[in-house]
Write a protein that binds this ligand. Sequence first.
Ligand code: ACM
Length: 265
Amino acid sequence: MKKIRIGFLQFHPELFQEKHNLSKIKSMLSGCSADLVVLPELSTSGYLFENKEEMEPLSASAKSGRIANFFRNLSAKENLALVVGFLEKENDNFYNSQMLVFPNGRIEIYRKIHLFLDEKRLYKVGDTGFNVFESRGAKLGLMVCFDWIFPESARTLALRGADIICHSANLVLPFCQKAMITRSIENRVFTITANRIGTEKNETQELTFTGMSQITSPKGEILVQATEYEEILKVIEINPEEARNKFVTETNHVLDDRRREFYEL
Ligand code: ACM
């Protein structure tokens, strides 16, 4: 299989500042020469909402409207697939969603399943399931932030054939970057964790996000990592085919050797 160029965009989305966030994304991606770039969770709106009234003006429908159109144009202009965390609204429900946008205008959606802290009050649990989509010969699996702590998320994506797990994040706990090394090893997949940086304050709440976005290989190597503080785009070349060999030794296949009869609980 052909090698492809994959990356993450780590930056500081400003709460309530959609125009600012979109223009930063556009300028940081300008001329980037990649096949796939993953952006953080809720990268167009910021994260720390107090209530649904605050979320309303920043929310958007998944496949039409200003956010979808902005990323369709950007994906076509830069000729790459984008995975973007955004605040989705459908009917009267908010979802913490990811859109996968292709240069031809096609959009696929993942709605976050494992909600974190106050998200349980503000968002509906995602109903799309864990899905895999093909782009330039590579199979891309989608998941958002706290999905990382449930190994079933990455496992399901691997069982569905994902070569690269595209993980949009707004991480606040210190464990995820290390856990994603394990997700890579136990599933023999590439992972791209696109995290945000900065501190957000709203009323009495405050959160600081941990940066250190990274790409891991099916062997568990960190191929590239950002620092905790920088706004940066990192792109590397990989061969997605490496994720198709599921043998961790000559005789141990990480998917076929599961003994499901012992996992019932
Ligand atoms: C998280 O799921 N945003 C930690």
